[in-house]
Design a protein around this ligand. Sequence first.
Ligand code: 5GP
Length: 120
Amino acid sequence: LAAVPSPTTIFDKIINKEIPAKVVFEDDQVLAFRDIQPQAPTHILIIPKNKDGLTGLAAAEEKHCEILGRLLYTAKLIAKQEGLNDGFRIVINDGPSGCQSVYHIHVHLLGGRQMNWPPG
Ligand code: 5GP
């Protein structure tokens, strides 16, 4: 049986260069670009080019461990590239209660201002 194709999102259009984005990092697996509605001086989204069913973290299976690690490691590389030497925040929103709006897994990298805890 053929796998059911996962629904596409706006992020597929960004990956395919159908709509513009301010790309800050790209390799064969991962793309990172500035959020269109930044919540901090630095606000970058890090996404897998092939989401492989990862609409969000709740959809993760063991086979996704490598890409999940790659997203976090890329976030660290970009934090350094952005000069966030004093700290930063990583966020993964999941599902309606988690305020997820795009169902293509992504890591938010936020920095350049003091973060608060607990978050709202
Ligand atoms: P979520 O709420 O799903 O965790 O985050 C989705 C993020 O994608 C939001 O912060 C939103 O501002 C961002 N976003 C949505 N559409 C676009 C777009 O077309 N371009 C860019 N650069 N960011 C987008």
